[in-house]
Design a protein around this ligand. Structure first.
Ligand code: NAP
Length: 263
């Protein structure tokens, strides 16, 4: 075990980056609380990781689009005497079209999962971490947070919020021993583009644009351990972010109007 044994709550642990975080933290000897809607997947992963690493793994199926889910998870942690010292706010989804074109309940669900839920979980568990003098929070944002927005795209605004609030939290909590990092991946091999129906489009991107999930989560975990408030994994993504964030506002708007970028 590389560090002291801690308890980690991971949202979106049934697939992709969340599952990769579970594997990484389990290998370091940390106990896990796994959250997502697909209970069977969580249970299978929990059984495997508990057996392989001798750790405690709680399975907490929950739909984070429900406004009560953050409170429910806090109650679950307390009831099971599970101390959350590491919080990975990872669950997320995107819609490939303008948000005006999909049902209002889907708009609300996206905001609930990636904005309200993420913020409330940081609030509920961040306070305890600060009081105990140690904590790590990774909020999964996106390279999209640095990119120009595109017509009707809700996702970019949401991920910009995640980047912004993570920095604000880190500024406040760092003196108490709690590090907060916004992890901003670019294109990563997970189920994300299948779920949103953009796999065919994404497959046309060059191989160098892609990273695998274990590489991305390792970069995020190393960054939060070092106390870096923002992590853009990979040289290609760093170059893209550095280019797009320095564009003059008017050019950003014009590029955005013509672009199609969902990640
Ligand atoms: N892959 C990329 O290219 C990429 C790039 C930049 C940023 N990201 C971000 O990375 C994060 C993880 O995405 P991923 O790539 O790992 O995608 P993924 O493979 O599709 O996994 C998404 C996870 O989120 C969970 N989730 C979605 N809606 C949920 C809900 N209502 N309640 C609870 N859990 C929910 C899913 O679990 P259930 O379906 O079982 O509930 C699943 O575990 C997201 O925040 C995404 O925006 C991804």
């Amino acid at each position: 075990m590389a560090s002291e044994r801690r308890g980690a709550l991971i949202t979106g642990a049934s697939a992709g980056l969340g599952e990769a975080f579970a594997r990484l933290l389990a290998a370091e000897g940390h106990d896990l609380m796994l959250v997502a809607r697909r209970a069977e997947r969580l249970q299978k992963l929990a059984d495997e990781l508990a057996a392989a690493h001798g750790i405690r793994v709680l399975v907490c199926p929950a739909d984070l689009s429900k406004p009560s889910s953050a409170l429910y998870l806090q109650h679950q942690a307390e009831a099971q005497n599970f101390q959350v010292d590491i919080l990975i706010n990872n669950a997320g989804l995107a819609e490939p079209v303008s948000f005006l074109n999909y049902p209002a309940e889907d708009v609300r669900a996206m905001i609930e999962v990636m904005v309200t839920g993420l913020t409330e979980l940081s609030h509920r568990f961040g306070q305890g971490m600060a009081a105990r003098g140690w904590g790590r929070i990774i909020n999964v944002s996106s390279l999209a947070a640095f990119a120009p927005n595109s017509p009707g795209m809700l996702y970019t605004g949401i991920k910009s919020y995640v980047l912004n609030i993570s920095q604000a939290l880190d500024m406040q909590l760092k003196p108490s021993g709690v590090h907060v990092t916004a992890l901003c991946p670019g294109f990563t091999w997970t189920e994300f583009h299948d779920t949103q129906g953009t796999r065919e489009w994404a497959n046309q991107l060059p191989a160098f644009a892609w990273q695998d999930a274990p590489t991305v989560v390792k970069a995020g975990w190393d960054a939060v351990s070092r106390g870096e408030p923002v992590c853009i994994p990979g040289v290609v993504n760093k170059a893209v972010a550095s280019f797009t964030k320095h564009l003059p506002e008017r050019l950003r708007y014009l590029f955005g109007k013509r672009a199609r970028m969902v990640q």
